[in-house]
Structures are given as C-alpha cells and as structure tokens.
Design a protein around this ligand. Sequence first.
Ligand SMILES: [Zn+2]
Length: 252
Amino acid sequence: MHLSALHGWFYDCDREARWHENYPLAKGDNQSPIEISSKDARYDTCLSPWHASYDPGAAKTILNNGRTCRVVFDDTFDRSVLRGGPLSGAYRLRQLHLHWGSSDDHGSEHVVDGVKYAAELHMVHWNPKHGNFAGALKQSDGVAVVGIFLKVSEIDNIKTKGKEAPFQHFDPSILFPKSRDYWTYHGSFTTPPCEECITWILLREPIEVSADQMAKLRSLSKNGENEPVNPLVDNWRPPQPVKGRIVRASFK
Ligand SMILES: [Zn+2]
C-alpha cells in the first residue's frame, strides 16, 4: 500500500507531486495556488469592493491538526459573512488557517511577482445556497477564500497535534490590511482532495508579523503530546499551472 494511503496525504521532500495518485482532482485544470503576475492581471472595473461582517462571538476553538493551526467558527447560520467583490450573495465564515515556511523567505502558497511571503492566512467561507459545506465543495461557486499574506495568532496552548483550545470572542476582521485591493481567480483548495470550488480573493497588501510570532508558528509540532517534537513547518503547496486562467485585479 502506498504510504499516503496509510497516513492520508502529507507534505514531504518530493513535495506534493504525488497527491494526484490518491486524489486525482489535484491534477485538474483549476488548481491552486498559482503565481500571480501583477502586470498580467486584468484590471476589471466591474469588480466591486468586498465586505466582511464578522461576529466575534462566532469564534469557537483553535486546533493543531498536525498540518496547520485552524480557528473554527460557528457557521450554522449567517452569523459571520463575506459579501461583494466577485461574489454573489453572502458566504459564511467556517474556519481560518495558515501556511508557513521553515524560514522567513518562504511559506506562502501564492507567489506574487516572484515574491514568497513568510506565511499565508486563508479565511474559508462557503455558499449556504448549497445547503451545507460538503454540498458547497461540489459546486464551482461553493467556496470563497480570502488569502492574506502573513499573520499570527494565540497559539501557545496548541503546541502539539490533537491539541485544541477555546478561542472565543475573536474578531477576524482585525486581520485585514488597510487596503481592500485584491486579485481574484477561480481555483481550488490547496490540500487534498483539492476540490475546484473556490473563488480566491487575494489581498494585495500583506499584514505584518514579528519574528517572534513566526517563531511561535514554527514551534508547533506535527506530533502528539507524548511524542518527539516534529516541527510543523513548510505546510504549503507550490504554485500549480495556470492553464489559461485569467487573474482579475480590483485595482490599477
Ligand atoms: Zn489554506
């Protein structure tokens, strides 16, 4: 049996090149992340501003699942929603998580004009017109992810895999940069099974994170509490073929 069939998928030294062996969607025509070339992005005057209306009371827990750290929100009703931009209707915030590197010169998944950031934050929202999250994953307009370059959060208490802590009264909109400028394109989840259901909204302006905060992220462990520490780093997928997709920009 292939190792990844035993343990699920993983990030490893031959990187993610073999995900498609178990997850055929990973070789699709609309995969993420991609390299963004700002000069090739098409300024689109029809792209309206996006708006987030988040309820701090919707934040529930923070979790280290061995692959990332994730904050989970109550999405049983339209409590914290994203609207506007390239989207039709309101999308519910379900979770946010991060991708980061082993050092400051890489870690983001999307690459902008050749620049890799130290980390990339993904705020995952789904379209309630598809009934539930699983249903949304099967639709091309099912999910909207806001991608923000760099970020950090309260992670001291989830140092090892399987650890989860309450994470409440947290307003994720504090994570937004000043500028609302964004690029948008149609893509996929960057983790298996890599469903192609995502409207990406990538914010142009990164947010700042301290070296200490990045060090804290890298101090998380892939392993459980009584196992040797195995640093959770380099949980990013490299850029995938663009295959003719157009990246639109909300700004000139
Ligand atoms: Zn992600």
